[in-house]
Design a protein around this ligand. Sequence first.
Ligand code: NAP
Ligand code: MG
Length: 487
Amino acid sequence: MTTTVEIKTYYNFINGVWAPSVSNEINKSLNPADKNDVIGYVQKSNEEDLNEAVQAAKQAKEAWRKLSGSERGEYLYKAAHVLEKRIDEIAKCATREMGKTLVETKGETARGIAILKYYAGEGMRKVGDVIPSTDSSALMFTTRVPLGVVGVISPWNFPIAIPIWKMAPALVYGNTIVVKPASETAVTCAKIIECFEEAGFPAGVVNMLTGPGSIVGQGIADHEDINGITFTGSNGVGKQIGQAALARGAKYQLEMGGKNPVIVAADADLELAVDAVITGAFRSTGQKCTATSRVIVSSEIYEEFRQILVKKTKEITIGDGLDSDTWMGPCASENQLNTVLSYIEKGLEEGATLLTGGKRAKKGIQANGYYVEPTIFDNCTPDMAIVQEEIFGPVIALLKAESVEEALQLGNNVEYGLSASIFTTNIQHLLSFINDMEAGLIRINSESAGVELQAPFGGMKNSSSHSREQGEAAKEFFTSIKTVFIK
Ligand code: NAP
Ligand code: MG
């Protein structure tokens, strides 16, 4: 696809001003649907830029903290209204920059708007409790204070919603922020920051800089003036950030990978289960942390389920996410494509049977992008890499179970515990699933992917650092409790 959109250079936003990095270096952001399409140029920032951003956030924090929650909320309402005006343009930019379909990026932008409004209202809700003292002449209660400067490190797979679901609560609870988006989706993030700029936040409250994770991201983890770090991304990077933060006593929150199972019991509504597995596994090209990657099916219905699943998977249309006929876009980058292809190869080497897909898709103009076919493996065993490791691509590993107990045991047999779902109409099965499944998100008769912004979100085991994001739960991370005793 050739485009007539002018190629723009995006700057860092520090202390209320858009400015280039002191490095004088830039990076190119490309369209994974067509590598000849340049979305924009972004700054390749370094430690000096980061330090400037942190100092701006530090200077702004006292005045920002002293505003009332509702005053801070007003800025979020304004940002929501600006984003609402720009929804089409920003969704289109996100599709060009990371590949998922326009339907999905529009939904994601709408989600971003709703998150901003939700947290705007949160500025007026309670921040503490009165706790009866043993001393009848005393008053004891809790209140909350912001952390100070919060570093936001976000991934590319939800380039709009994830930065916003971190920024909005950080800000409304009184923190100032330094945002470092994933390099793959830096332009989309710059556009979101433009919305915050137009909302009129005081200088230094919102700062954003782009650049390599190993320099700017690691710099955030190590910076002595950053009081809290909220991270979403891979396990390896998350653990590194957690260790750096722990070493200097900063608060941290890590949301990481998943290997999310769907259990299909013998009594399931099969059509419903197949459709949910397809959207859960293949929407966003499998690049959701809550994507379905293992499907554990009762042996009684295994053949029938497999047949419908493969038939419907073959009907999926692959293409440019801007094209309204496309159901599944490309992988977000060449790296991501290569990771997916190498897992497919590993699956074959380890003896799994390919039922459909398995290849790079490169018909016609697809050759210019990073497309891969939706892929299903059969005859998988619990120890295979495609069953144990997060692929982050459109690949399903099918497993067979004789009972729901065995399915649960297989489901729990991974290092992750983000999301899990079961399809069943049997109340005993669903109660066992709620009680015994090791996952932060328990979904029944619904796909594994999908979150509501007003509810806590996060995982167990290696999927997170065990805090939760979104909804009221965000308050736990972005504030510190003070227990007050008055005599
Ligand atoms: P990633 O490589 O870990 O990158 C995430 C962010 O960390 C990016 O901004 C990246 O910057 C930065 N970074 C890279 N190296 C760093 C370092 N040494 N120190 C500090 N920051 C560093 O992950 P990704 O490939 O963008 O995203 C995919 C992963 O995110 C998957 O594992 C997925 O499961 C996970 N994810 C989890 C959730 C959840 O809520 N649980 C949601 C979405 C995604 P650069 O882009 O510049 O490298
Ligand atoms: Mg990366």
